[in-house]
Design a protein around this ligand. Sequence first.
Ligand code: SF4
Length: 375
Amino acid sequence: MENPYRTVYEWKERTGKKVVGCYPMWLPEELVHAAGLLPVVVWRSDEPVTVGHAYVQTFNCGLTRSFVDDAVRGKLNFIDGFVIYRTCLQAQELPFILERHVRPAYLEYLYLPAIFPGNATKDFLIEELERFKASLEKFAGREISDDDLRRSIEIYNENRRLLRRFYEFRRKNPGILRAREVMAVVWSSMLVPKEEHSSWLRELLSELEGRHEELLKERRVKGDLKVVLTGALCQTPQFEILDMIEDLGMVVVDDDLYVGYKYFANDVELDGRRPLEALADRYLRRKPTCPTKGDWEMNWTDEVVDMVKRNDADGVISLLIKFCPPHLCYYPDIKRGLVQAGIPEVMIEVEHEIVSLEGVRTRLQSFAEALRRGA
Ligand code: SF4
C-alpha cells in the first residue's frame, strides 16, 4: 500500500488477469472475482489534485477529485475497467467523466438501492446484480456459475474472518499495533488478491498471537487513554493523523472506518441461498451502519456508543472527510447522541491536500487534555 499503483500493476503482471477498479464502499467484489478478474478498491493518491480540477469541482471530496485526477492523467491506464455505483452524488458524476475522458475497456454503473422496508428493494437489487453479472461475463468472456460465485464468496468470507480476528487481537492487546499498521493491513486487502492476503494474515496472526506478551513489552504504544475512530468514508485518512493521535497518548482500540471494520464486519451468508441473493442480503443488512445506504432509520450513534462501551474507551475521534455530504448529514445526530451518552468526542476534518497539520494537533491535544481532566 506504500505504492498502490505499483502493487496492483505487479499483481496484474504476475497473474495475467484483467484488473477492475471497484468504487467504495459496497460493491460486491466477489462477482468480479468469480469472473476471473482481479477486483481492487480504488484509492486516493497522495499527490495534490492538478489537472483533475478541470473535470471535477473543487468542492468534491478528496477521493473523487484524486480519482479523477489520476484517471485523466493516465495514472490508472493499467486498470482495465471500473465499476462505480450510487455511493453519493459526487460518485454519480464519475461514470460520465470516465466515459468521456478516459474510455476504459470496461465501465459499469450499478444502482445499489437505498434501503426501504419490504421486498421490492431486494428484488430490485437481485435484478441489478443479475445485470452486473451478465456484463462481467461479457467482458471476461466466460460464464459465472453459481459454484464459481460460491467459491469466491468463501474466499472473501475467509479473508473477512481473518481480519475480524486481527481486530479482536487489537481489542484484547491495546497498543501492540499502531493505528497506521492496522489500516495498512486492511488497505492491503483491498489491493491484492484475497487468497494471497489471507495467507499473509494467517502468518501475521500466528506471530502476533504466539508472541503477544513479548510484543507487549517490545512495542506497546505509550498511552493512558483509549479512543475509537469513526467516519472516514470511502478513503484512508492521512497516516500522519493516526500517528499524531498516538503521539499524544491516545491508543486506538477500535474503529468503524471504511478502511477498517466496516469493510469486513459482515460475511456473505450463503446458508443454502442462491449466491446472488446472499450478496444482496449482505448489502441490505443495516449493520455496520453506513450513511450512503439511504437508510433513514439507521442508528449510527448506538453503534458508536456500543463500540465505546465494549472497549471501555475514553472517547471518540470522528474523522470527517471534507466535502463528504453523507457523513455531514449524519454527524450532528452522532454528536448529539454522544453528548447525551456522556461520551467525549472531537471531530477532525480531513482534507486531501493538507498544508499543515498544526491545527489538527492543537485540536487533538486539547481533546487529550480534556479526557485526562475527565471533562
Ligand atoms: S461518500 Fe463521501 S467520501 Fe465517499 S465518495 Fe461520496 S463524498 Fe466522497
